[in-house]
Design a protein around this ligand. Structure first.
Ligand SMILES: Nc1ncnc2c1ncn2[C@@H]1O[C@H](COP(=O)(O)OP(=O)(O)O)[C@@H](O)[C@H]1O
Ligand SMILES: [Mg+2]
Length: 232
C-alpha cells in the first residue's frame, strides 16, 4: 500500500485487546479500518462511548500499535519506526489535544508551551518567542505566567491548543477536546480550534460527540460494529 498524496493513511487496521489474566475472549475493537486524510483536511470521528474512537486515534498517531494492517504517515510506515523515531516524528509533525488539558501543573502557561517547542527542536529563545506568539493567537497574552491551577477550564484548553500547535504540526489529533467544558467555553474553544487549524493549514482528526462541531469538518465518519462508515 501507499503512494498517494495523503498525509495519513490507515489501511485495513485491526485492533483487539488480549483476554485478561483471568481468561476470557480477546476483545475485538477495530476490524479492517481504512481511513485517509489529505493535508489540511478535517475529519470528525463519532460513535458511541466504548466504540473505539480513542483507540483509533491513538493508533493513527502511533501511540498504540495495531494487530493487523498498516498506518502510513507521509512516506513512513509507523510500524517500522523504533520508539525514538516515533517520538521524534510525533513531536515535530503531530499535535495532540485530549479532553483533559494535561498541562504540567508546576509550570506556567508559557513554560508549558516552551517545553513542547524545545522538545520539537527549538532553542530556548526561539521557544519563548514562538510560545508568546501562539499564546497571543489563543487570546492568552495576559495569562503567560499563570500556572494551570490559576486558569479556568477553557483557558487550560486554550493553552493545550497553543502547545499542540507550537511546532507547526502537519496534523492535529483531538480527542473530545471540548468534552469537559461548559457550553460557552466549549463554543469558544471550538471556534479557536477551527480558526487556527484553517489559518495554519493543519489537518485535523477530531473525535467528538457534538454533531455541530463535527459538521465543521470536511467529512464525518462513524464507528460502529468495529468499522467506519462515512455519514456526511
Ligand atoms: N488497553 C486496553 N485494554 C483492554 N481494553 C481496552 C483498552 N483500551 C480500551 N479498551 C476497550 O476498548 C473499547 C474501546 O475503547 P475506546 O477506544 O476508549 O472507546 P471510545 O473512545 O470510543 O469511548 C472499550 O470497550 C474499552 O474498554
Ligand atoms: Mg474515548
Amino acid at each position: 500500500m501507499k503512494k498517494s498524496t495523503d498525509l495519513l493513511q490507515l489501511h485495513r487496521v485491526s485492533k483487539s485487546f488480549p483476554a485478561t489474566l483471568r481468561g476470557g475472549e480477546p476483545i475485538h475493537i477495530l476490524e479492517s479500518i481504512d481511513l485517509a486524510i489529505a493535508p489540511s483536511r478535517a475529519i470528525a470521528i463519532t460513535g458511541n462511548s466504548g466504540s473505539g474512537k480513542s483507540t483509533l486515534l491513538q493508533i493513527a498517531a502511533g501511540l498504540m500499535s495495531c494487530n493487523g494492517g498498516e498506518v502510513w504517515f507521509e512516506d513512513q510506515l509507523l510500524g517500522e519506526l523504533d520508539s525514538d523515531a516515533l517520538s521524534s516524528l510525533r513531536s515535530r509533525r503531530m499535535g495532540f489535544i485530549f479532553q483533559a488539558s494535561l498541562l504540567l501543573e508546576d509550570f506556567t502557561a508559557i513554560e508549558n508551551v516552551e517545553i513542547a517547542a524545545m522538545i520539537g527542536g527549538s532553542t530556548k529563545a526561539e521557544a519563548r518567542s514562538k510560545g508568546r506568539d501562539i499564546l497571543d493567537l489563543v487570546g492568552l497574552s495576559s495569562r503567560l505566567s499563570h500556572r494551570p491551577d490559576q486558569l479556568s477550564g477553557g483557558e487550560k484548553q486554550r493553552v493545550a491548543i497553543a502547545r499542540a500547535l507550537v511546532n507547526e504540526p502537519a496534523i492535529l489529533f483531538a480527542d473530545e477536546p471540548t468534552g469537559s467544558l461548559d457550553e460557552g467555553n466549549a463554543a469558544m474553544v471550538e471556534e479557536l480550534l477551527f480558526s487556527l487549524v484553517k489559518k495554519k493549514g493543519v489537518a485535523l482528526l477530531l473525535v467528538t460527540h457534538n454533531l455541530a462541531f463535527a459538521r465543521r469538518c470536511d467529512e464525518i465518519q462513524r464507528i460502529s460494529d468495529r468499522t467506519l462508515e462515512v455519514i456526511e
